[in-house]
Design a protein around this ligand. Structure first.
Ligand SMILES: Cc1ncc(COP(=O)(O)O)c(C=O)c1O
Length: 389
């Protein structure tokens, strides 16, 4: 076979996360892209291209958008100023007054509030469903349904549902499927390949990976990304060049970080399963997890998030978090350092104990974002902290 006949070899995800598109080098090209802090750009007519004014985009932000599209295998992607900016702009792009959304009931708290309380003020209603049941999605369908929204894996209950039947049903009815895949990162789950139309990330988490920036991203068709970009020019959640540069810097190590998150979390979940102070250990990689089989089929790794329920309830959880020495108590995830939080105090504080229980968030529920420290040090830290429970 001549070189011309050979199909083009696609670079692997670690290469894409480092280089973006692999293209010919030019002399003197910096190996690390410079931060371009200019708030405005030479621009006289539309022929001058996409760089015009910082709220519309900047070179660092455009670069990470292209990388995220390549990692997700989508036509396009845009990086924005936060994960919630990305989520809100996506819903506004897909639904207008009079439209309807069907969403999984397992959602990050702010996304739930946006759908339940904020979008109805703009004329967009949402029905929440148990995502496991296809009949639930079917029953919730209305003639004005425009979006099916899921989170995979879910925050903080770590459920993983098969999106393929949900996507098939949606597409029969011309409905767009959106998925917040923050907990997986593009290394562990490529939703576009599973039939999802739009992938949303809080890039604050695994994509950035160092708990030092706030950013978000939307990946999908060129048309959808253009509409999200148009709205973000109006609503203003632009990603500034410094945060975009840090995000690009973090993404360069995404593949090795996520591999280590996966192995550390697996070891920690297996260890917690043996502890009598812990009544439940939730990790999609454990055979005891209800979604283990589908997660094993669709995910490349089971992720860095582990949730546990302490036998001693909320008081024990407060004491456990207070005793940690290597890990910290803080409400974020996806960074190199291990962070623990109690959703009843953070992302799901707006719900009643009964509402939390219906989502699997029982008294004593602790969410652990397992970092990439030496796993023996983390286990030793958890072991000494469990002594207080
Ligand atoms: C699953 C998920 N989606 C979206 C967000 C919001 O992201 P950001 O804080 O970057 O706005 C979060 C934040 O914790 C999250 O956990």
């Amino acid at each position: 076979m001549s070189d011309e006949q050979k199909p083009a070899r696609l670079p692997g995800p670690a290469t894409v996360a480092i280089h973006g598109a692999v293209e010919a080098k030019r002399s003197g090209q910096p190996i690390v892209p410079p931060i371009v802090r200019s708030a405005t750009f030479q621009w006289a007519t539309p022929e001058d291209g996409e760089l015009r004014y910082g709220r519309y985009g900047n070179p660092n932000q455009l670069l990470v958008g292209r990388k995220i599209a390549a990692l997700e295998g989508s036509e396009a992607a845009v990086a924005l100023g936060s994960g919630m900016g990305a989520t809100a702009m996506t819903f506004l792009a897909l639904a207008e007054a009079g439209d309807h959304i069907v969403a999984s009931k397992y959602l990050y708290g702010a996304t739930h509030t946006l759908l339940e309380r904020e979008l109805p003020r703009r004329g967009v209603e949402t029905t929440f469903v148990e995502p496991e049941s296809l009949a639930g999605w079917q029953d919730a369908l209305q003639p004005n349904t425009r979006v099916f929204h899921v989170e995979l894996p879910t925050n903080p209950s770590l459920r993983f549902f098969d999106p393929r039947p949900i996507a098939a049903l949606a597409h029969e009815h011309g409905i767009t499927v959106t998925c917040d895949a923050t907990f997986a990162s593009p290394m562990n789950f490529r939703g576009i390949e599973a039939g999802i139309d739009v992938i949303i990330h809080s890039a604050t988490k695994y994509l950035g990976g160092h708990s030092d920036l706030i950013a978000g991203a939307v990946a999908g068709t060129r048309g959808l990304v253009e509409e999200v970009s148009r709205l973000s020019r109006l609503y203003g959640p632009a990603l500034d060049p410094d945060a975009a540069w840090l995000l690009d810097r973090g993404m360069r190590t995404l593949e090795v970080r996520v591999a280590r998150h996966n192995t550390n979390a697996t070891a920690i979940a297996e260890w917690f399963e043996t502890k009598e102070e812990v009544v439940t250990t939730i990790y999609p990689g454990l055979p005891s997890h209800p979604d283990h089989a589908i997660a094993a089929e669709l995910m490349n790794g089971f992720g860095g998030m582990v949730s546990i329920v302490l036998a001693g309830g909320g008081d024990a959880a407060d004491r456990f978090l207070g005793e940690l020495k290597v890990a910290s108590a803080a409400p974020s995830l996806g960074g190199v350092e291990t962070l623990l939080s109690q959703p009843r105090h953070t992302s799901h504080a707006h719900l009643s104990p009964g509402e939390r229980e219906a989502l699997g968030i029982l008294e004593g529920f602790v969410r652990i974002s397992v970092g990439i420290e030496n796993v023996e040090d983390l286990i030793a830290d958890f072991d000494q902290a469990l002594g207080s429970c």
